[in-house]
Design a protein. Structure first.
Length: 134
């Protein structure tokens, strides 16, 4: 069953300006160490950061909280499954919110898709509950 859906559209130029203006303070506040390591290896760093920014916004919408009620930027981190497929790993307030949304006997599955057509980036998140495997 679907628990939440969120989407976001971002402009990589805006993220690049934030990085230029606020530097380390912005990167540290918004992105996890895993996200930062991935972006810093990429030629198009701003686009990589922007896709992750959009994914976090979409996730916050799917959680039904936005960036409030104890949900912070770094509580939502884009990670890749062994197949390479992106998903989100939730910690802190985001993980607590997700746990509160789950029906008893279910576990969460987070579907994430991200795309870019420079300078625009987009992300969609679907959070589902599936019966817990015995």
């Amino acid at each position: 069953m679907i628990l939440g859906i969120g989407s976001d559209l971002a402009d990589a130029r805006r993220i690049a300006r934030s990085i230029e203006r606020f530097g380390e303070r912005f990167l540290e506040r918004v992105f996890t160490p895993v996200e930062r390591a991935k972006a810093e290896r990429r030629r198009l760093k701003a686009e990589t950061y922007a896709k992750r920014f959009a994914a976090k916004e979409a996730c916050a919408k799917a959680l039904g909280t936005g960036l409030s009620h104890g949900v912070f930027w770094r509580d939502m981190g884009v990670v890749n499954l062994p197949t390479g497929q992106p998903t989100l790993e939730l910690t802190g307030g985001a993980a607590r919110r997700l746990a509160a949304m789950l029906p008893e006997g279910h576990e969460a599955v987070i579907h994430l898709t991200m795309t870019d057509e420079g300078p625009l980036v987009s992300a969609q998140v679907i959070i589902s509950a599936v019966p817990r495997r015995a």
